[in-house]
Design a protein around this ligand. Structure first.
Ligand SMILES: NC(=O)c1ccc[n+]([C@@H]2O[C@H](COP(=O)([O-])OP(=O)(O)OC[C@H]3O[C@@H](n4cnc5c(N)ncnc54)[C@H](OP(=O)(O)O)[C@@H]3O)[C@@H](O)[C@H]2O)c1
Length: 352
């Protein structure tokens, strides 16, 4: 290739598809949530993006994630603030050859359509990952092959440390993290009991994902369900929801049981923190180990989780479902829908 031809080719590749300035749309949170999030808590703002500087890329969102932490975390931000969140986006212009136009990346860019990302100055806690070519939808980088998948992988393996033959109980069992935890526990040879919010979800867990038993927490007597589903009691509890059901499960555990406290979604929309039955007697007499965690603890091992989950996916040992919402304008409906339990598996929004 001559030098001139090569220069033209690079210029075309770096800037293909971009004519004129790009208008980005983004969600700005202007009011703290009271109960369920509402559209009126946000403003959609347009902004014109500047020219790219050396080392920067311009991305266009393909999928945006809606996650429970978005409901829980925003209380800690000074308003107005740009809405936080992960996305999968296509590189549509680039001034870093390592990030070529046309490739897809995943990163925490927030609820916005277009983003300028500085590839050289990165916060180590907010990784920017180029998606490999894979025979799966890109959205999996927000689910099974992303943060929720790693939450399941590290939370179960490192906090619960389940052994073959032990009984693992999971709440929020049909969601992104919960459905994944249960499948890993089955791969590890455990008996797996899930609690989820509808009979349809329970059927999915038992018939498609191989859970030994699943119960609808909205209608079941939790203690009776545990007696039936976990006759040898519970060794590991993966807690996604908190509240009274967690107190009941903890009081039904075996000696030296382990509890991974992943989240407490049963309280996220409550203006006043709910009360639950005291758990300390069970912790003392059963000598339980209860540990909260944030998945970021394992950023230095991030690839290990992704690779393991990908391997299980390819081997057919790990299945997934997604609830795909459509349209950037429907982000709030998607967030609320997920908090209400409309999703089985991971909830995502396809931007266009
Ligand atoms: N520690 C970490 O690093 C980390 C990382 C990711 C996620 N998390 C936590 O993990 C949990 C699951 O997150 P996810 O992303 O996988 O979400 P998800 O489970 O896919 O979606 C949320 C689910 O929560 C359930 N839910 C809603 N209200 C509930 C209630 N009052 N009681 C019981 N369940 C309720 C709904 O299912 P039903 O139909 O079953 O009610 C809904 O589908 C959350 O607590 C989240 O905060 C923690």
């Amino acid at each position: 290739m001559t030098k001139l031809y090569s220069a033209l080719w690079v210029t075309k590749r770096l800037y293909s598809g971009i004519t004129g300035k790009v208008q980005a749309q983004k969600y700005v949170l202007t009011k703290y949530f009271q109960g369920e999030p509402k559209k009126t808590d946000f403003k959609i703002v347009e902004e014109e993006l500047p020219e790219l500087k050396d080392g920067e890329i311009l991305t266009e969102a393909e999928y945006l994630s809606v996650d429970p932490y978005m409901r829980a975390y925003m209380i800690g931000y000074k308003l107005p603030t740009d809405m936080i969140g992960g996305q999968v986006a296509k590189i549509i212009a680039s001034r870093n050859e390592k990030y070529p136009v046309g490739r897809y990346v995943t990163g925490s860019f927030g609820w916005r359509t277009h983003t300028i990302v500085n590839t050289k100055k990165r916060d180590p806690n907010l990784p920017l990952i180029i998606l490999p070519d894979m025979p799966y939808p890109n959205s999996l980088a927000l689910g099974v092959l992303g943060m929720p998948g790693n939450t399941a992988y590290f939370g179960l393996k490192e906090i619960c440390k389940p052994k073959e033959g032990e009984t693992v109980v999971i709440t929020g069992a049909a969601g992104a993290v919960g459905s994944h935890v249960g499948q890993i526990a089955k791969i590890l040879g455990c008996r797996v009991i899930g609690f989820a919010g509808s009979q349809e979800k329970c059927d999915y867990l038992e018939k498609e994902l191989g859970f030994d038993r699943a119960f609808n927490y909205k209608t079941a007597d939790i203690r009776a369900a545990l007696k039936q589903g976990a006759p040898d009691r519970v060794d590991c509890y993966f807690d996604n929801v908190g509240g009274e059901i967690s107190s009941t499960i903890m009081s039904y555990m075996n000696k030296y049981g382990r509890v991974a406290v992943c989240g407490s979604i049963s309280s996220y929309n409550d203006p006043a923190l709910p009360k639950a039955t005291i758990v300390q007697p069970a912790l003392v007499f059963k000598e339980l180990k209860v540990e909260g965690f944030l998945v970021g603890r394992w950023y230095d091992r991030w690839d290990e989780g992704i690779e393991m989950n990908l391997k299980w996916l390819q081997e057919g040992k790990l299945k997934y479902r997604e609830k795909v919402y459509h349209g950037f304008e429907n982000m709030v409906d998607a967030l609320v829908g997920m908090l209400r339990g409309e999703n089985t598996g991971k909830a995502v929004v396809k931007v266009k």
